[in-house]
Design a protein around this ligand. Structure first.
Ligand code: V47
Length: 374
């Protein structure tokens, strides 16, 4: 239902150029490539933000999700050496590390005692870790904390495990699912288009391979998220193309639970002369994501680690309906100079959501409600 006078009030912030786009969005018609470019080129953030918020309320209501969770980065030793990454190390570097299974279980235990319902486990492409290490990790966590959702391993890690083990990516996914994997995070997507990917991460799987592993995961009942890494060398066309490719896959599988825009942090990375995004860019990407995914990918995350908690709160009135989680220990973006906190408490997240006038809902990894804080 479009509230009476809504369209007229949008038109008051006057932008004749955007009128066909507003009609399309309010008429439930999907945006195309040109529409996406128009959103990114527009400076009318208040109008577009109101439109995105309207769609969010219509599709998802007043509730905003968060998870009590812990991120665990089990190793930083990586064969991929992506130019945008400040987190990876080489074997033998003084600050290279690989956690033992007992260290990982210690962190899981701490999280469980804090009431966490989700572990987010990702690492790097470390040649010394066999598939059996990951299977044992999942089995042990699942046996000890059956209520804990395990969101683990990007499509890039799955491809690497398959290559090292000499088996198909489908077999890796099936074995990890059997061992206790709940869902997969959306990392490693970066920008799916090859031109940018060749400069950002030439050693990484292609955008097509990333999509195909996600399709495989969805087809065997492993839901996942999707991300975009923006604010570096990409163009507006690369961003819109990325979102449309994800939407195409979602139409086939319905397996993406959430989309997370990640703003690039340049410090200590191999991308020289890149400044990163502005707050204006950050909100525009949140808005664009909601307008393009509308009812197709349900949840848009305002990732407070890259946005900062203040802008993340504002994003909750501009198309986002999820704040990620407590995290406890963020390493990847902080290695690249993020000045944001590495952890927020459950109370912090609840306050940010309430301050935006929305209803905080603690969720599981697969978006079941744990508790509504109304
Ligand atoms: O894949 C790497 C990005 C991702 C930098 O699925 C950087 O729920 C900014 O994917 N500046 C990992 N970003 C984080 C991630 C994620 C986070 C929260 C929730 C979920 C989810 C997924 O971080 C990497 C890469 O795209 N990244 N380096 C950097 N310098």
């Amino acid at each position: 239902m479009i509230p009476a006078g809504f369209k007229e009030s949008l038109a008051c912030s006057s932008d004749r150029e955007l009128e066909p786009l507003i009609d399309k969005v309010l008429g439930d018609r999907p945006l195309d490539f040109e529409d996406g470019l128009m959103v990114l080129e527009s400076k009318n953030l208040s109008l577009l933000g109101a439109l995105a918020d309207h769609i969010t309320l219509q599709r998802r209501g007043e509730r905003v999700f968060f998870a009590v969770n812990r991120h665990i980065n089990y190793t930083n030793i990586c064969d991929s050496k992506c130019n945008f990454c400040a987190y990876y190390r080489e074997e033998g570097d003084i600050d290279a590390y690989t956690m033992s299974l007992s260290e990982i279980l210690g962190l899981a235990d701490e999280a469980s005692r804090m009431g966490a319902r989700e572990l987010h486990i990702v690492g790097a492409l470390n040649p010394s870790l066999p598939l059996s290490f990951f299977e044992e990790m999942l089995e042990e966590i699942h046996a000890r904390y059956p209520e804990m959702g395990i969101k683990a391993f990007t499509a890039v890690e799955i491809a690497y495990m398959a290559e090292r083990e000499g088996v198909s990516t489908r077999e890796v996914l099936l074995r990890l699912k059997r061992a206790g994997l709940t869902c997969m995070p959306g990392g490693g997507a970066e920008i799916l288009g090859e031109r940018v990917r060749e400069r950002l991460c030439p050693e990484k799987i292609s955008g097509e391979e990333w999509l195909s592993i996600m399709e495989e995961a969805h087809s065997i009942g492993i839901p996942s998220n999707a991300t975009i890494l923006y604010g570096h060398i990409e163009t507006y066309s690369d961003i819109v193309d990325h979102l449309l490719r994800l939407r195409d896959l979602q139409r086939r599988t319905h397996g993406f639970q959430a989309f997370i825009p990640l703003s690039f942090h340049p410090e200590k990375t191999g991308l020289k002369g890149v400044r990163g995004s502005t707050g204006f860019d950050d909100l525009k990407i949140i808005i664009l994501s909601r307008l393009i995914f509308a009812g197709e990918i349900d949840n848009i995350k305002a990732y407070w680690v890259t946005l900062g908690p203040k802008l993340a709160g504002i994003a909750l009135r501009n198309g986002a309906n999820d704040l990620e989680g407590t995290i406890i220990e963020e390493r990847i973006t902080h290695a690249a100079g993020a000045r944001t906190p590495t952890s927020l408490s459950k109370e912090d997240l609840i306050n940010i959501i309430r301050d935006a006038g929305r209803v905080p809902v603690e969720r599981t990894s697969t978006y079941e409600t744990v508790k509504v804080y109304d």
